[in-house]
Design a protein around this ligand. Structure first.
Ligand code: 3NM
Length: 210
């Protein structure tokens, strides 16, 4: 049985947008009740990432939090994460499935209907849908795809959808209105002075729609 990604707020680490390190960030996310965390780190060596992921894996297990590793399939396998997240230019989904087997969830970033349908057909466990609004958090990011793409996915794509990209407390209700299974805010949460307070505010906004 594949592991099913839980619904709700989906958090991603982003140490370079915070004064804290990834482990400290994860502790705060867990204490705030977040139950899906993706480790995303583009600046560290493989060894540094592995060490952080080993610690984060233990923490997420003790909080019953779904843990996803971005891109580094070897690290994901080594720490037995619940999922691996791949971008369009990473290892293709079908190849990744051969490596990780059926028990690890695979998520794919998608930016248009063609990619979303292909990911579904190829057995992705969830898709990222974005960037909904303009964002500079991810390098070389394409232009915003808008709420229209989210609406398309909500209607046509049956696997879980993670809305992402430029989502802030100020525009969160415009996204929540479409009720994607998951919503991700990166810098709005990780970069905020008080992560607990920001997450509580986000939950309040989202709760009106679910
Ligand atoms: N993936 P923020 S947008 C990691 O559209 C990532 O696939 C995206 O950061 C996609 O919430 C993004 O700070 C960064 O805008 C989102």
């Amino acid at each position: 049985m594949k592991k099913k990604i839980p619904q709700g707020l989906y958090a991603i680490t982003a140490e370079n947008f915070s004064k804290k390190n990834n482990v400290e960030i994860v502790k705060e996310l867990l204490d705030s009740g977040i139950r899906i965390i993706q480790y995303r780190e583009k600046k560290k060596t493989k060894f540094e990432k592995l060490k952080q992921c080993e610690t984060i894996r233990q923490l997420t297990l003790s909080y019953n939090c779904f843990f996803i590793v971005n891109d580094d399939i070897d690290i994901a396998m080594s720490v037995h994460s619940d999922g691996i997240h791949l971008g369009q230019d990473d290892l293709p989904l079908l190849k990744a499935r051969i490596i990780v087997g059926q028990d690890m969830a695979i998520g794919i970033s998608t930016h248009n209907p063609e990619q979303a349908n292909k990911a579904t057909i190829n057995g992705a466990d969830y898709i990222g849908v974005g960037p909904i609004f303009q964002t500079f958090t991810k390098e070389n990011m394409i232009d915003a795809v808008g709420l229209e793409y989210l609406e398309y996915c909500v209607i046509h794509i049956k696997i879980p959808k993670v809305a992402i990209g430029g989502i802030k407390l100020s525009n969160l209700s415009r996204v929540a209105k479409f009720k994607p299974e998951n919503i991700c805010m990166v810098t709005e949460i990780v970069g905020s002075k008080n992560i607990v307070e920001t997450i509580n505010k986000a939950k309040k906004i989202i709760n009106d729609y679910y």
